[in-house]
Design a protein around this ligand. Structure first.
Ligand code: ADE
Length: 224
């Protein structure tokens, strides 16, 4: 998978891909992440990428021309499955969306800044708009990292234990059951006996039951 991320602040997104699991995924060649400084497609000698809104109002708008040029240059080099704009008014990111995107080959992420992008960019290039939650960030960069992380960890070979992505919270519309490790007792707090029983069928039943109970308590909205 290849992800091209367009931003005015690409440096904000470097460390997540240079650390731990995402770094390993990149080193193994399972994911390629390329950053593009939008100012490289700016216009005029002031390297302008934003301008005042027509009709007035506060805040600057990201101009159509640099974004169009940048995305068109990328599209001239390869086919993209989706051009995704990170924006608080997009569809809220879910595990299902991450699953769907993880089987694509080439993705473009466009990070918004200031007040956002000229509406015509959406008409021209954007195929999907994604929000990482109902709050507003200073820009789309951190959201792009969240989206990339949620996708890349699903790529075959990225996680050591291939099973572990399958048992994540949300993967079956259920939260995860409680988990424990040694010691079996700490300050009087005991690991449930069933987990020490060695009866894998019983353990699985218990875990499913716990997952169901916890989901009912904390997130009944995700249960179908
Ligand atoms: N840009 C600013 N806020 C955002 C959010 N919540 N999700 C995605 N992109 C954003």
């Amino acid at each position: 998978m290849r992800i091209d991320i367009i931003s005015v602040l690409p440096e904000l997104m470097e460390s997540p891909f240079q650390t731990s699991i995402l770094k390993r995924a990149v080193q193994k060649g399972l994911a390629e992440v390329h950053f593009h400084q939008l100012r490289d497609w700016s216009i005029g000698k002031h390297r302008q990428i934003d301008d005042e809104p027509y009709g007035g109002g506060a805040g600057m708008i990201m101009m159509i021309e640099p974004i169009d040029k940048c995305i068109s240059d990328l599209k001239a080099q390869r086919e993209y499955d989706e051009v995704i704009y990170l924006t608080p008014d997009g569809e809220t990111l879910t595990q299902k969306i991450a699953n769907t995107l993880s089987i694509k080959n080439n993705l473009i992420f466009l990070c918004g800044h200031y007040k956002g992008i000229d509406q015509r960019v959406r008409e021209l290039h954007i195929t999907k708009e994604i929000s990482i939650g109902d709050y507003v960030l200073t820009g789309g960069e951190l959201a792009a990292c969240v989206l990339a992380d949620s996708i890349i960890r699903l790529l075959p070979g990225v996680l050591n234990d291939e099973q572990s992505a399958l048992t994540d919270s949300f993967q079956d519309n259920l939260l995860s059951p409680p988990i424990f490790t040694r010691p079996a007792e700490y300050k009087g707090l005991k690991v449930p006996d069933i987990l020490l029983s060695g009866n894998s069928k019983k353990i699985e039943e218990w875990q499913h039951d716990q997952a169901l109970q916890i989901t009912l308590e904390k997130r009944p909205d995700i249960l179908r």
